[in-house]
Ligand binder design. Structure first.
Ligand SMILES: N[C@@H](CCC(=O)N[C@@H](CS)C(=O)NCC(=O)O)C(=O)O
Length: 225
């Protein structure tokens, strides 16, 4: 269980700055001792956005998986009237506040640490841009498509692997494995070593997703017991 926000500043205690989120106003920077819990689930991209901020800030936040534990979703519905995730539960010992909306959560987390959220294009976005850029170039220069596809698929694999690490999500691990399979297959074909039909990539994706789903279910069952 998380023990709050270790690096929170204790300045402005009399007159806290405020950080508005989803119609509610929360004092920031937040006091030490606050307990944070994130309601969400692995494959939810908005939850991953929040997890990246949590990792970047080095915070300890309890994860409450609404898929593995449907009663967590009921808690959300009771508190907010809807079950959409992510939602950050902020418990300062006397009051519990519920903060929905990934953008508001990220802004609040950074503000709670007296830090600005990162601006400008992230490395991830640059990687996505580069990956699709290479695919587009390959369409115009089919004579170079082998190396271009290998590069694009390798970038995709790296990006998904980074996502998998940051979010501890099996789903991203499965996507990374598929990208990697594609990169190796295209490289082998380009070098004239072996020709692997493209639909093998679809088989690989289905297999990887099935394994990811089994792993997620086993993980959820372990959490429940
Ligand atoms: N604008 C919201 C979007 C949140 C959202 O669409 N969450 C999805 C999951 S990624 C959701 O809760 N869908 C309903 C469900 O999973 O039952 C945010 O930024 O947090």
């Amino acid at each position: 269980m998380a023990e709050g926000v270790p690096k929170a500043r204790s300045t402005n205690e009399g007159e806290p700055e405020t950080c508005a989120g989803a119609g509610a106003t929360f004092p920031t920077p937040y006091r030490l001792g606050v307990k944070l819990a994130l309601y969400g689930y692995d494959a939810c991209p908005y939850c991953q956005r929040v997890r990246r901020a949590i990792d970047d800030l080095g915070l300890e936040v309890e994860e409450r998986d609404v898929l593995a534990h449907p009663e967590r979703r009921d808690e959300l519905r009771q508190a907010l009237g809807r079950g959409t995730v992510p939602v950050l539960r902020i418990d300062d010992g006397s009051t519990v506040r519920w903060l929905p909306e990934s953008g508001a959560i990220v802004a609040w987390l950074y503000a709670s640490q007296g830090r600005e959220p990162p601006r400008g294009p992230s490395l991830r976005r640059l990687a996505t841009f580069l990956m699709w850029g290479l695919v587009a170039v390959a369409l115009f220069f089919p004579e170079h498509e082998g190396p271009l596809f290998v590069a694009a698929l390798s970038i995709g694999a790296g990006r998904s692997l980074a996502n998998a690490r940051a979010t501890r999500s099996w789903l991203h691990g499965a996507i990374a494995a598929t990208f990697l399979f594609g990169a190796v297959a295209v490289l082998l074909q380009h070098l004239g070593i072996v020709r692997i039909p493209w639909w093998y990539g679809v088989y690989a994706l289905v297999l990887a997703l099935a394994l990811a789903s089994v792993a997620a279910r086993l993980g959820a069952r372990r959490q429940r017991s």
